[in-house]
Every structure is written in C-alpha cells, then in structure tokens.
Design a protein around this ligand. Structure first.
Ligand code: WT7
Length: 588
C-alpha cells in the first residue's frame, strides 16, 4: 500500500527560484518574529490584514497589477487592480462606518465567488470588524445556527439567496441589524428591512485608513463542524496574515506578478486564507472562477489565464482523473509550474496522475480551520513521496502523540507509530477561541500541545502520513460535516424516530453522507418516503450537507447508555472488524 517511489526534483535551470530551496536550512533560520517583520516592515504593535494585503502591497509597487480576475459563465472577465480593490474595500469600510457598525462586530457574507465578497472581506478587516464568510450552498438551518452563534450584525448576500434562505429566518435573528443585498436586476422593490448594497457603496467615500488593530484582535470567524450538533465558531486574529503570508511564500511559492488560482470557495477557510489574504500579500494576480467544477472549463482556465501556481483539492483532482488524461492533453500549460492540494487525503495515485497529466506532482498540504494556515506540506523544491502529506512548515513544530490520561500525553518519537497530530502553539494563525465555548477550546490543548484530532504517523524522514480522523466527523468533497447537524435536521421529519449518520467511502468525494433511519410506528419504508425525507434534508441543510443516501433500519445499534454507535454502523458498512462491543445494548 505504501508506495516506495520518490518523485525527485531536479532544479531545472530557468525555472523560478523557489523561496524554500533547502528545507533544513530554512527551518533552522526561520522565526515568526522575522516573518512578521518581513511582511509588515515594522516592529510596532499594529497589524491589519487589509493594510498588509492592500496598502502595504500598493506601497511596494503592486498598485497597478491586477489583484483578481473574475471569470463568469460566458467567459466575461472582470478584473481589479490592487488600487481598485483598495478603493472598493475602503468604500465598504465607510459603509460600515455610516451604518455605525462598531469595531469587533460580525459582518457575515452569503455570497458566491464575486468581487463584492472581496470588497466586503477586506473592508471589514480595514474597519476592525470581524469577517464571517458563510458557504452559499448552506440551507436555512445551518445558516440560522451560524448567524446566531456569530451574533452577526450585518449580512451581505444576493436578493435571490436572501429570499430563498434568509427572509424566513429574520424573526430568529434579532441581532442582525443590516442586510445588504446585491440585486440581480434593480427593478422591483427591495425586500423589507434590507438595503441596496450597490447604492450604499456608490455613496460611500473611497478612502479609508485601516483601523489600528493589533495582532491579537479578532479578524475572522469561520465555522467548522464539531462532535456535537452545534458548529464551532473558530476565531482567527489579524496576526493570521503573518502565517498566511509566510506559507503563501514558502509552500505555495507565490512570486509577485504571477498568476495564481485557488479553486476553494470563500465560504471556507482555504478560500479566504489562500483565495484572498495570503495571495494578495504576495502581490499575485488571482483567478476566480465564478462557476462550479467542470473539467473542460478548468483546463481552459489553466491554459488561457496562464496559471503558474494552482491550489486545489483531492475531490477535484479525482474528477479530473475520471474525465481522462486525453482531455488534459487538449490544451497546454507552459506557465504552470507548481500544483498543490488540500482538504482531504490525497492518494498516491492522484499525485502520480499529476506527473502523467502535467509532468509534475500535486503537492499535498495539511492544515485545519483551527490552524489558520498550512502546517504540514510538500514543498516545490523538495522530493515528493506520493501519499505523504509532507513535513512541518518552518516555524511549526509537529509531532505524533498519544493521550495517556487526563491532561497528559506521550510524544511518539520512534517513526511509524500511529497517533494524533500535535502542534506546539506559538504560530500566529492559531485560532484564538471557539466562540463562546472556552471549555472546548481548552480541551484542545494538552501538556503544552494543540491536538488536531487527526490520526497520522511520521516516517523516519519526518514525513507525515494521514491515517484518519479521531472522531465521527465526515469529510465530503473537502467539507467537514457534523453527523449531528445532519441527524438533528432529519429528526425534524415526522416519520423519523431515530437516525444515525456516517460517512461512507466515495471514489470521488472521499466520503459521502449516509443516514440510517428508524421510522416511527405507522410509517412503512418505501422509496417514496425515502425521497420525501431526502427532500426535507436538502431543504433544511442544502445539497452540500444533506445525506446522499438513506437506509431504513429496524433498530439502530445503541450503547447501553442510549448513544447510537456510529462506529459500529461504519464497521458494518465497510465490512471491518466490529471492535469492542461490550457496551452494545442487548449484549450480555
Ligand atoms: C480537516 C480540516 C485545511 C483547510 C481546509 C479544511 C482534513 C485537511 C488534509 C490532508 C488528509 C486533510 C483533516 C483536517 N484534511 N488537509 N492534506 N490530508 N486530510 O479545513 O474544514 O477545518 O478541515 O481536513 O481531517 O483535520 P477544515
């Protein structure tokens, strides 16, 4: 199973000099204080993401470079230079000022990959408020939970998304003071209690000095799925930009003026850390495709936009593989020089397929919403062992550990032992809290280490190999899905008595969501009922979160204390050993 082949990297003459050429040396010489100084240029206490991404970049001479180019379905391109993007961000910061939105307030977006999202995000940073991007494919239920938990005071969304998903929630969101709408056609009347985003932007001045925020001020609120029904609100501070910048340089190897394409949606941390902030601090031109995945379209973008560095995800890579290498070959990619991946396990075959299709491997990177930036990576100048996630980023101390009791752990120093990934706190993009859940936050830290909840092993060269998650959380198409959140929505269907949700292997999405449903008496299993329950789940949760499959079950395996044993369902589903069943209900 473990491929032994190593993909060697001869440093071809004429290629861009990589920022990280010698891993050990860069690691030895690296310090976060130096990384901060390199980015900010000053050692004072002030730091603002918008300042580093725009003002500072403009001062470095990137003002007239295209910062982002948006491509729509019909291949129309809309682009903004760094200077133009700053003007938009400044207008939005002034809009927040005019609406008397205070520093520290949460500004949420429910938007696709549109220029307005960039303006709102950067303007929110500039104003010292907290930016909370929400995934546009969420249904009303996950949206309500996240807007409530985040105490969002402002929401920017489109009129269509608002009418479809948010309007009916307004009563449940008393803290939401301002809803600003992007209008598809400015015809009819605005929905009640909403304002016209474009009109506010038009009337706002386009100059604004970023708020004097400090490293410790919260800038971002991302939601991630946890092991309870409630999502976790992960806060990142303005200092996150230091790590996002350093990794955009050392891992993604972004050189000023280059074309970079991050395919992640801005509703998730990757789409912000490496689809907005990090790349801007590097002075690159970002490509933003407004459409969903399409193999032909993606190849056309890589070619026509002359993409040099490409950051994507295993699900997409597997879909490209499925579409076949003949399709890859219909175009050429002379500018493409580095490809990286994140979000789920990148199998060795996918890395090798990169060699076959593009003449270079995909470089796996590992991190989490909580880490705020890439922590473990394959670097462009270093040899790649397909299937491995790579080594710890300079400035990051990563180990494999085993919990040995309450508050203690053992560091597994000898290679190849499986344990949990642990990181030594001290990097600037480490999350600063789980919103309103200090206990949960504290529990992530044991004996001076942050425990990531992922199982891995480390080989003798310090390369990490992903083994699995230590919890029940499902990873589908790169998105973390809490089985509990899906179960809660299913439980609200009148026919459902009990439900258990697990992830089952899927060749493309990595995992797919499967629900086992026990029906209430009076309901009989049928395909019609299955479709009804599926429809109910999609309406509440959105298609990205709803189960793909529902199986009816007469009785779900439960522990004696009444907890559904997802582990057992999973083992049965996968034909794996059922493990310790001593707590299973009905066993003697
Ligand atoms: C979880 C974090 C990383 C930003 C986007 C996802 C899984 C992430 C890898 C990888 C195997 C990976 C882990 C991690 N994951 N990268 N290279 N190989 N698994 O952020 O939604 O917070 O998810 O994604 O399980 O804990 P996230």
């Amino acid at each position: 199973m473990m491929p032994t082949r190593t993909i060697h990297k001869p440093s071809a003459p004429g290629t861009t000099a990589h920022y990280l050429r010698d891993y050990d040396r860069t690691r030895r010489e690296f310090s976060w204080a130096q990384a901060r100084l390199e980015l900010v240029g000053r050692a004072d206490a002030h730091l603002n993401i918008a300042h580093e991404a725009l003002d500072h970049r403009i001062a470095l001479g990137s003002g007239d470079i295209v910062a982002a180019r948006f491509i729509d379905r019909d291949w129309n391109r809309v682009e903004f230079t760094y200077r133009e993007l700053k003007r938009l961000a400044d207008r939005f910061a002034n809009v927040l000022g005019a609406l008397a939105v205070p520093r520290g307030a949460t500004v949420a977006t429910l938007l696709g990959r549109v220029p307005e999202l960039f303006a709102v995000g950067l303007g929110t940073f500039a104003a010292g408020a907290v930016f909370s991007p929400l995934f546009s494919a969420f249904g009303p239920e996950p949206l309500k939970t996240r807007l409530q938990l985040g105490h969002a005071q402002v929401l920017v969304t489109t009129e269509t998304l608002y009418r479809r998903k948010v309007a009916a929630l307004r009563e449940a969101l008393p803290e939401l003071r301002h809803v600003l709408l992007l209008r598809e056609d400015s015809g009819g009347a605005l929905p009640e209690r909403c304002a016209d985003f474009a009109a506010l932007m038009r009337n706002a001045p386009d100059a604004y000095d970023p708020a004097p925020t400090t490293d410790a001020d919260v800038a971002l609120l991302h939601f991630t799925s946890g092991t309870t029904g409630k999502p976790k609100g992960v806060t990142l501070t303005h200092a996150a930009v230091i790590a996002q910048h350093a990794t955009s340089r050392l891992v993604l190897d972004l050189h000023p003026g280059e074309v970079f394409w991050c395919t992640a949606d801005p509703g998730w941390v990757t789409g912000i850390a490496y689809g907005l902030i990090g790349p801007l601090t590097r002075g690159v031109t970002m490509i933003v495709d407004r459409e969903e995945f399409d193999a032909q379209r993606w190849y056309r973008i890589l070619e026509a936009e002359r993409v040099a560095v490409w950051y994507t995800a295993p699900t997409a890579i597997r879909m490209l593989m499925k579409a076949g290498t003949a399709l890859t070959r219909t175009r050429t990619y002379p500018q493409l020089r580095h490809m990286a991946s994140v979000g789920e396990p990148l199998n060795a075959e996918a890395v090798e397929w990169g060699m076959e299709a593009f003449g270079m491997p995909f470089h796996d990177t590992w991190w989490q919403t909580e880490t705020g930036a890439i922590m473990i990576a394959n670097f462009p100048a270093c040899d790649v062992v397909p299937g491995s996630m790579g080594r710890a980023v300079p400035g990051i101390e990563a180990r494999v550990v085993r919990r040995t009791g309450a508050g203690t752990l053992e560091i597994l120093e000898s290679p190849e032992q499986v344990g949990e990934i642990a990181l030594r706190p001290g990097w600037p993009s480490m999350f600063s809290s789980y919103l309103e859940d200090p206990n949960r936050y504290r529990q992530c830290f044991i004996d001076g280490w942050y425990l990531a909840g992922d199982l891995a092993r480390r080989d003798q060269d310090g390369q990490f190999w992903f083994v699995g998650r230590a919890d029940d959380i499902i990873k589908s198409s790169g998105h973390l899905i809490s089985p509990f959140e899906v179960e809660s929505a299913l439980m609200r269907h009148p026919a459902v008595a009990q439900v258990a949700v697990i992830g089952v292997p899927d060749a493309v999405a990595g995992q797919a969501v499967k629900a086992f449903v026990e029906l209430r008496s009076g309901f009989e299993p049928s395909d019609a009922l299955r479709l009804k329950i599926l429809g109910h789940a999609r309406r509440l949760l959105g298609a990205a979160v709803a189960p793909r499959e529902i199986a009816f079950s007469d009785s779900l395996p439960r522990t004696r204390s009444g907890k559904i044993m997802r582990r057992l369902l999973r083992a049965r589903e996968l034909g794996l050993p059922e493990g310790d069943l001593s707590t299973l209900e009905g066993r003697e």
